[in-house]
Design a protein around this ligand. Structure first.
Ligand code: G3H
Ligand code: 13P
Ligand code: ZN
Length: 311
């Protein structure tokens, strides 16, 4: 079911020391795989749509696919979330389409402007029973050459986070702790500042934190892609131990998109290379869907969200 009180689900996760996976959906197969994995593991889930996804498939198409999955698994708690909303209008249209959670990402703006834009979205969303994720800080890998000052300027400042939540009343907070989007998060063994999560949680014990750029870029899939004609040399993600640690310190929503893309691409490349006469999409999209489900079930174990459905 599309949950009536999404914040309750996030706070349950925060208090229970686990995180809810927030997976990006772009088409039917990806959505089916993610939902089936969560149903198998009895884990609550967040399906998130970026603006790119909404444009690619049309918002209503993706929402209808999600609604259809909801009918298939009526007891599974689902949050439908706008990923990286870039304006009040984007968040309004998401809410009108039936989303019960939106992110307003004004993190590229100066603090005061981020507060102003976020507040506008909070005012619109809260009276409609929709929760708001906001972002403070700048995402980006922390490389070894980055100085301490530079690092501090980019990552979320714990004191500023308190002021930000007090002034905006955002429900959840996306923090910059050294991760970045995509398959190339670090040029060397990258560091993620999990201690910062601890500091922010200490000051904001009731605000579930969100970790963007959480794909671990599993090397087994990168190797398949590279073996079958792709070129993702040097692709690297966040270690799973780091994710588990961040979850223990207060991260309650973990965003994953890149890993879904990698699995799908790896399986399709392998099948089409090994069987060049194949041209039935079901013969490569089907196995890709199965492998995504397997990968997502593993993520649920990493996040600790299995069997966390309340009755
Ligand atoms: O935040 C990034 C997500 O992976 C969404 O990516 O904008 O290409 O759909 P996208
Ligand atoms: P990844 O690119 O690491 O999957 O991050 C996805 C994300 O943060 C979506 O908001
Ligand atoms: Zn993100």
């Amino acid at each position: 079911m599309i949950v009536k009180n999404p914040l309750e689900l996030m706070q349950d996760a925060m208090r229970g020391g686990y995180a809810i996976g927030a997976f990006n959906v772009n088409n039917m197969e990806i959505t089916q795989a993610i939902v089936a994995a969560h149903a198998a593991k009895q884990a609550p889930l967040i399906l998130q749509l970026s603006n790119g996804a909404r444009k690619y498939a049309r918002t209503e198409m993706l929402v209808d696919i999600i609604r259809s999955m909801e009918r298939q698994y009526p007891d599974l708690p689902i949050i439908i979330h706008q990923d990286h909303g870039d304006s009040l209008q984007t968040c309004q249209s998401a809410i009108e389409a039936g989303f019960n959670s939106v992110m307003i990402d004004a993190s590229g703006e100066p603090f005061e402007e981020n507060v102003r834009i976020t507040k506008e979205v909070v005012d619109f969303a809260h009276v409609r029973g929709v929760i708001v994720e906001a972002e403070l800080g700048t995402l980006g890998g922390i490389e070894e050459h980055v100085s301490v000052d530079e690092k501090d300027a980019r990552l979320t400042d714990p004191e500023e986070a308190v002021q930000f939540i007090e002034q905006t009343h955002a429900d959840t907070l996306a923090c910059a702790i050294g991760t970045s989007h995509g398959a190339y998060k670090f040029s060397s063994d990258g560091k993620v500042d999990v201690e910062r999560v601890k500091e922010i949680t200490k000051r904001l014990p009731d605000t579930p934190l969100v970790m963007h750029g959480s794909s671990s870029v599993p090397q087994e899939y990168v190797e398949i892609i590279n073996k079958y004609g792709g070129d993702l040399a040097g692709a690297r993600g966040v270690k799973e131990e780091t994710i588990s640690e961040a979850v223990q310190y207060g991260v309650s929503k973990v965003n994953i998109d890149t890993d879904l893309r990698l699995v799908m691409t790896a399986i399709i490349r392998k099948i089409l290379t090994e069987d060049p006469k194949q041209f039935d999409p079901r013969k490569y999209l089907g196995p890709a869907r199965e492998e995504i489900q397997k990968m997502v079930e593993h993520k649920i174990d990493v996040l600790g969200s299995a069997n966390k459905i309340r009755n």
